[in-house]
Design a protein around this ligand. Structure first.
Ligand SMILES: [Zn+2]
Length: 88
């Protein structure tokens, strides 16, 4: 589970533009355009993507609201309790 979490939080790269090319055998393939810029892309930080990682249990969940950081109320409570322990 922890390993999956690390992979899921890794940054992806996508390109600003793509173009189709043909190789020697006439097979089409998609390649980044010559002037395309690589863009760092974190799929889990994307506002359009409702998938989030719970700050408490590291479980992937679907956020119904953008300002939610936990998969449920119990995880929020556990996280807040831990945070208070740290400050003491
Ligand atoms: Zn959780």
């Amino acid at each position: 589970m922890k390993q999956y979490f690390e992979q899921a939080s890794a940054q992806w790269v996508r390109y600003s533009d793509y173009e189709w090319k043909k190789d020697g055998k006439g097979i089409l393939y998609l390649t980044p355009a010559a002037d395309a810029k690589p863009i760092m892309y974190d799929p889990l930080a994307d506002d359009e993507n409702p998938l989030r990682i719970c700050w408490n249990c590291a479980k992937v969940y679907v956020a119904k609201r953008k300002d939610r950081d936990f998969c449920g109320a119990s995880c929020r409570k556990q996280f807040d309790a831990r945070k208070q322990d740290d400050t003491h």
